[in-house]
Design a protein around this ligand. Structure first.
Ligand SMILES: CC(C)(COP(=O)(O)OP(=O)(O)OC[C@H]1O[C@@H](n2cnc3c(N)ncnc32)[C@H](O)[C@@H]1OP(=O)(O)O)[C@@H](O)C(=O)NCCC(=O)NCCS
Length: 166
C-alpha cells in the first residue's frame, strides 16, 4: 500500500476512479459523470497546481484504489480555508483504514501550507461511513444545508464540517 500526492502521470487513473465514484454514488457527490468527463485537460490541472494550493492524494494497492482532494479557497479573505473534496475508496478496498490514512496525509500536508487556519468539507448526512470517518479524525459539524442535493425525485441534506489546524 502506497499513499502519496498524485501527479500529472496519475491523471488518467484519477479520472477513471473519480468517474467510478460518481457513477456508484450519485447521492454522495455534487458532480455528475458527464460534467466530469467534459472537464478540460485534467492532466494540465495536475501539472499546474501549486503544492500549497491544491493536492490530490491517492492510495495504491497496487493500482489506484483511493482518492481525496484538497484546495485552498481563492478569495483573499478566504485563503485561510482549504476545502476537502472527492473522498472515495473503491468498495473492494474499504474497511482497511485507507480512508483514515489518506485523510491523515491530507491533514499533515496542509499543516505546512502557509497561513492555513482550517479544513472544510461537505458530507451528505446519510453517508454514515464518511460522516463517521470525518468525526473520528477530529472534524466537527458546524452547520447544515437541508435539501442541498437533488437526484431525480430525492433530496438530500448536507452537513458542513471543519478541522481546525491551529
Ligand atoms: C467513506 C469512505 C471513504 C471510508 O473509507 P474506508 O477506507 O473504508 O474507511 P476506513 O477503513 O479508513 O475507516 C475509518 C473510519 O470510518 C468509519 N467507517 C468506515 N466505514 C464505515 C461503515 N461502513 N460504517 C460506519 N462507519 C464506517 C469508521 O469510523 C472507521 O473507523 P473504525 O474502523 O475505527 O471504526 C468509503 O466508505 C467511501 O468511499 N464511501 C463512498 C463515497 C463517500 O461517501 N465519500 C465521501 C464523500 S463526502
Amino acid at each position: 500500500m502506497e499513499v502519496r500526492a498524485l501527479t500529472e502521470a496519475d491523471a488518467e487513473a484519477w479520472l477513471a476512479l473519480r468517474l467510478r465514484a460518481l457513477r456508484e454514488h450519485p447521492d454522495a457527490f455534487v458532480a455528475t459523470p458527464e460534467e466530469t468527463e467534459s472537464l478540460p485537460d485534467v492532466k494540465k490541472r495536475f501539472a499546474t497546481a501549486r503544492d500549497d494550493e491544491s493536492i490530490v492524494v491517492g492510495a495504491f494497492d497496487p493500482h489506484l484504489v483511493g482518492i481525496v482532494g484538497c484546495y485552498r479557497l481563492e478569495a483573499t479573505k478566504e485563503r485561510h480555508i482549504a476545502r476537502i473534496w472527492g473522498m472515495y475508496i473503491a468498495p473492494e478496498a474499504r474497511g482497511r483504514g485507507i480512508g483514515r490514512f489518506m485523510l491523515d496525509v491530507v491533514i499533515t500536508l496542509t499543516r505546512e501550507w502557509p497561513e492555513l487556519d482550517h479544513l472544510w468539507l461537505h458530507v451528505m448526512r446519510h453517508q454514515t461511513a464518511a460522516r463517521r470517518l470525518y468525526l473520528s479524525c477530529g472534524f466537527e459539524v458546524i452547520g447544515s444545508h437541508p435539501r442541498v442535493l437533488r437526484v431525480g425525485d430525492c433530496y438530500y441534506d448536507e452537513d458542513q464540517m471543519v478541522f481546525r489546524l491551529r
